[in-house]
Design a protein around this ligand. Sequence first.
Ligand code: TYD
Ligand code: MG
Length: 457
Amino acid sequence: MAKAKNSTIFFCKECGYESSKWMGQCPACKEWNSFVEEPVASEKKPQAAKGVRLSGRGAAPVRISEIALEDQDRTPTGFLELDRVLGDGIVKGSLVLVGGDPGIGKSTLLLQVCRNLAVAGRRVLYISGEESLKQIKLRANRIGEITGELFFLCETNLDTIFEAIGQAKPDIVVIDSIQTMYREDISSAPGSVSQVRESTNLLLQTAKGLGIAIFIVGHVTKEGVVAGPRVLEHMVDTVLYFEGDRQDSYRILRAVKNRFGSTNEIGVFEMMESGLSEVANPSEMLLSGRPKESSGAVVACSLEGTRPILLEVQALVTATNFGMARRTANGVDYNRINILLAILEKRCGYAMSRYDAYVNIAGGMKMNEPALDLALVMALVSSYKNREVDSGMLIFGEVGLSGEVRGVSQAAQRVAEAVKMGFSACVLPKANLAKLKADKRIRLIGVDNVREAIGLI
Ligand code: TYD
Ligand code: MG
């Protein structure tokens, strides 16, 4: 063991890949320059909270029919948007990672969840390693009065934290953030890959052992030696990412992994003066302030989980001044735009290679559903021809390389959303049209290929 004591190991701080030597690019996640050197974790036996059995001694296998499911397994968070992303509330004994850029609103969201839970009669413990009690109080004042059994602790030593958990006996614990927590028996600094990983491991055992739900905050970091949340993704039950433009007040909560629900769901929030508020109707939010009668702007429909969301796709096509056409894509895949432009060039005869094209999704949303293809094509052609598309028209459909328009899933739901939002026409794949019932409130226009769709402009 004398050898292991002084030896170090290299970790990828993005994904936690281990290697005995330094590498320029991580073979696992392909990130460049992400390796950091850390001492090997000690062999000392880890200590979880009291009452947690770390070894599996005495454990006997059971039949699946013998496992009892309690009725009250899921706790609502007080936010319907969050409940849906979690898969219908918080599961007892689960470990949930909430990742996101610094300042996006992770602490605010979790403090509001703690408040809702405390008001609903749960015992909640919020542990902050980043902010003082005074700072938390200031934030709490902004989001409103807090009543009930909500306890705060400023601590970064995990042993002390487990002691506190043992004493306070909470139903739900928040750890803000995992990168500030440390275990004394590991010699590397807080935030290093081994600290973050070992700390999470103990928290996992605590959650499972005591049957409490634990939320972990993880910052997404690009610089420095702080390990990112991806290092722990495989350990936790649920991974949620909180994203959005800092200039914009909208925030999207997305499930990347969920052992208790679907990963397609998103939750939409808006950052206000008094904390985050839910956006129950994102389509309305995304379409507000839309310019009527403007070329290059069309409304598309993207399906996020079970929910169709209408959004505005904007394109600007101008003659290029240099030999090489410039292209940018905000909120959609850059390569997808290049493919769609190539389809327009080859299948429809537009000389797109002589035009710059800039594409944007209004509201700072990021969407990559193929059903957006047709709307992107229509926006590009509308700007190219400088002719507007009817602003009461919704467009969706996937575009294939021969310029054919392919059917998409859940067309009826998308059309229903269009009706709800007061649209009078909908351009959709013919394959979908055949299965839809006619509706007096909306004119359904089925198209087979891109040329037919462009004819409508
Ligand atoms: P915070 O929750 O501290 O972010 P994170 O924990 O992800 O780093 O959010 C900080 C930002 O949110 C900060 O820029 C201020 C803003 N904010 C509001 O706009 N309204 C509020 O009520 C609160 C509490 C914060
Ligand atoms: Mg924070």
